[in-house]
Design a protein around this ligand. Structure first.
Ligand code: PAF
Length: 257
């Protein structure tokens, strides 16, 4: 796996890759099994796979959250190699943001609810960096996890709105044995918090409960709840477990088994 941290080097390589199919997995690093699944799928479906690691400051609405975001580049390199990624792209802020973020992408509808309501500016930063990365990498396919379902839908909308030539592939959420969605932020939970947090996906998935009751039950368990909302048969939630914020969503199937 080749590591690239200069745009000039990437542009040369991109020319060489030419018409071979290119799969792209953008991440903020601290890779876990969920990211590895995206990489495996990309390796299987494309001739060449590029992973990017960039902890994007513009999508953090809170400086402390940005500073506490787990960073593990040494381990990430080994994990990316283990699944046969071809290139690891490590852009710098200076090259990615020559305008120092004076230009940005704003979506004015779906981005204003849920994560957008609780993390002002988050989706502007996310959409802007994804737009930049898609323009740079020029992938045939880009892979995103369904855990960040609102993000996934907004990225699909971005590609439609700006006629980008990359197919966006959504991949199912991976969960631990207790049902907790895998997330880089889980590494900041204590052993006790990890066990307690398993109630979160279980309550979200309970089709017998209304959103309001799910919220009440989460609060009764001691979590601070940002939102529990259902949109198009998918229930979304965000909670704070200690000082770690977790998000998740589950498709609510009401079919009798
Ligand atoms: O989901 C993430 O890790 C980030 O939001 C992304 C898509 C890499 C953009 O920074």
């Amino acid at each position: 796996m080749k590591i690239i941290d200069r745009f000039s080097e990437w542009f040369e390589l991109r020319k060489k890759i030419g018409a071979s199919t290119l799969g792209f997995v953008p991440t903020m690093g601290s890779l876990h099994e969920g990211h590895l699944q995206l990489l495996r799928q990309s390796v299987e479906e494309n001739d060449v796979t590029v992973l990017s690691v960039f902890v994007n400051p513009t999508q953090f609405n809170n400086l402390e959250d940005f500073q506490n975001y787990p960073k593990n580049l040494g381990k990430d390199v080994g994990l990316a190699r283990s699944v046969n990624a071809d290139y690891l792209f490590l852009p710098s802020y200076e090259e990615l943001y020559p305008d120092d973020y004076t230009y940005r992408i704003h979506e004015s509808s779906f981005s204003s609810i849920m994560e957008g309501a609780f993390r002002p500016g988050h989706f502007d930063g996310m959409l802007t960096v994804v737009m930049k990365l898609l323009m740079l990498v020029k992938a045939d396919r880009a892979y995103f996890g369904e855990k960040d379902y609102q993000q996934l839908q907004l990225v699909r909308g971005l590609v439609r709105a700006f006629f980008l030539d990359t197919e966006i592939i959504g991949c199912p959420t991976l969960r631990d044995a207790e049902g907790l969605a895998l997330s880089s932020r889980n590494s900041r939970l204590t052993a006790g918090e990890l066990i307690a947090a398993a109630a979160f996906p279980a309550l979200l998935a309970d089709v017998e409960l209304s959103d309001a009751v799910v919220r009440e039950r989460l609060e009764a368990l001691g979590f601070s709840v940002d939102y529990v909302e259902t949109h198009e048969d998918r229930r979304f939630g965000a909670i704070h477990v200690g000082d770690v914020r977790l998000i998740d969503n589950v498709f609510l199937s009401r079919e009798e088994s």
